[in-house]
Write a protein that binds this ligand. Structure first.
Ligand code: ADP
Ligand code: GLC
Length: 491
């Protein structure tokens, strides 16, 4: 069955990205399209998205968005194409909401009108259907930013000729961010105060966008099977474990895929030398390259550990910070790239200045450097406190850069622990979220590197041959869409 699918999100590669959500929205639609579905994508037209660069076309007319007590507001819509495909992508433009630097905030502080910005996006997504005359079979919302879409589809848009009685899927990429706002937000949402109850949108007297989506979406998913189970527990549910347990029968886990056209050592145009599982000589050159960039001694034999990511607590940077002084006593090198919490910038920046022979840290966002680290490092460390899916460990495997991960969520699902006896595995895992467990496991990897060369060779081979394809993931999404459409017909 050919489906009409409308995907709404707050970011998409290559137009706007803060993390893995953008990678997913940049890839999934292409594969759905290849399967024959009519898929369309909606994101905001942030200030940084250059209309000329992407050849965007202004559609005739405007969207009129009812914003409750604020009255009506207007959106212009630009149409473009997802690169290398004919998948249409629609950009919602509103100068007041998106005509500024940053996606969600500036200097680590969230914009104070984020409630309005994403209520607007959610309503605009539904209004857009009329404008482009597109009647979806399913609307696919992602994270708290668009989690109100299923809620609006059940309320304000219940009898809408385009969005009414249509199935919805809400994919949760991260439980920590839920979109919590003051009560006054209810008057902008404008669906009536009867929805402000503990089942639907209220959480501890706050308006909670994600909860409304969890309650109202026809079907729910998250980005790994492990995380789908974890979020039903108090440790990982961030207070929504109860509502998620209620909906356990409709909650699925689908591991993200990797865009191997960008992230593989045979195809990567950003690294200094290409290589493959049959000929790793280029990897040695990539290691030399990253050592040169980082100003580290160009030693072939020393194990080099890479880290790339948001420097926030989710990523386990606090336990890494605590373990770092001891780690730097080992004969290793560490190259870190990331940005996030201010304390982390000071701490890691300071440690790099103190240990220039062993530790390099670049604060900021740098896609080219991220690729170079993936290719040039020997190990890749992800000590996450929680990780819904995680992409870097999957990229790392493809580059023969062995992941050292905390066994949680998608990290646990995608990395197979080294088994010394059988010689199987694709990386190294630890379970306790402690500096000690992190240190011991890095120690294990480093010991193996220095003393069991052939085991490392075997692991590299296993890791490089492992695949997490979007073809597989897209097939699973298709099944969920069909399930959603069927449920919706039955009620
Ligand atoms: P999350 O979405 O939680 O940040 P993921 O592992 O799913 O984590 O995805 C992170 C993505 O963002 C990866 O593609 C990674 O390479 C990229 N990334 C994160 N931080 C940086 C950075 N400082 N510079 C370049 N790329 C980064
Ligand atoms: C989130 C998660 C990350 C996941 C990404 C894409 O940002 O933190 O684990 O890979 O979404 O689904």
């Amino acid at each position: 069955m050919k489906l009409s699918i409308l995907i709404s999100a707050s970011e998409a590669v290559p137009f706007a990205k803060s993390g893995g959500l953008a990678d997913v929205i940049g890839s999934l639609p292409k594969y759905l399209k290849k399967m024959g579905h009519d898929v369309r994508v909606v994101i905001p037209r942030y200030y940084e998205i250059d209309k000329e660069q992407w050849g965007l076309r202004l559609l005739p007319g405007v969207l009129v968005i009812p914003m409750g007590i604020l009255g009506e507001k207007y959106a212009a819509v630009y149409e473009g194409r997802m690169p290398d495909t004919d998948v249409p992508i629609y950009f919602i433009e509103h100068e007041g909401y998106y005509g500024r630097n940053g996606l969600y905030g500036e200097d680590n502080i969230a914009f104070p009108d984020n409630d309005q910005r994403f209520i607007f996006l959610s309503k605009a997504t539904l209004e857009l259907c009329k404008m482009i005359n597109f009647k979806p079979d399913i609307v696919h919302a992602n994270d708290w930013h668009t989690a109100l879409i299923p809620f609006f589809m059940d309320t304000t848009y219940k009898n809408d000729s385009y969005a009414g009685k249509v199935a919805s899927l809400l994919t949760i990429h991260n439980m920590e961010y839920q979109g919590n706002f003051r009560l006054s937000t209810m008057d902008i949402i404008d669906t009536g105060w009867e929805h402000f109850n503990f089942l639907e949108i209220e959480k501890h007297d706050w308006v909670n966008f994600l909860k409304a989506g969890v309650y109202h979406a026809t079907i729910l998913s998250t980005v790994s099977e492990g995380y789908a189970k974890e979020i039903q527990t108090p440790e990982y549910g961030w207070g929504l474990e109860g509502v998620l347990q209620e909906r356990a029968d409709d909650l699925y886990g689908i591991l993200n895929g990797v865009d191997y056209s960008k992230w593989s050592p045979e195809a990567d145009t950003l690294i200094t030398s290409k290589y493959s599982v049959d000929d790793l000589s280029g990897k040695a050159l990539c290691k030399k390259d990253i050592q040169r960039i980082a100003g580290l001694p160009e030693r072939k034999e020393v194990p080099l550990i890479g880290m790339v990511g948001r420097l926030v607590k989710q990523k386990g940077i606090d336990i890494f910070a605590a373990a770092l002084p001891k780690l730097l006593e080992l004969d290793i090198q560490i190259v870190m790239l990331g940005e996030g919490e201010p304390w982390a910038h000071f701490y890691f920046g300071g440690m790099a200045a103190k240990h220039p022979q062993k530790f390099f840290c670049q604060i900021g966002y740098d896609n080219t450097l991220a690729h170079k680290i993936e290719a040039g490092a020997d190990f890749f460390l992800m000590p996450s406190a929680f990780e819904p899916c995680g992409l870097n460990q999957m990229y790392s495997m493809r580059y023969g850069t062995l992941p050292i991960v905390r066994a949680t969520g998608g990290l646990d699902d995608s990395v197979e622990n080294f088994d010394e006896e059988k010689g199987t595995g694709t990386g190294f895992k630890f379970w306790d979220l402690t500096p000690g467990a992190l240190f011991d496991t890095v120690g294990w990897a480093v010991y193996t590197w220095y003393n069991k060369k052939s085991a490392i060779k075997g692991l590299i081979k296993n890791a490089m041959n492992k695949r997490f394809t979007w073809e597989d993931a897209a097939k699973k999404y298709e099944q969920l869409y069909l399930k959603g459409v069927k449920y919706r017909r039955e009620v």
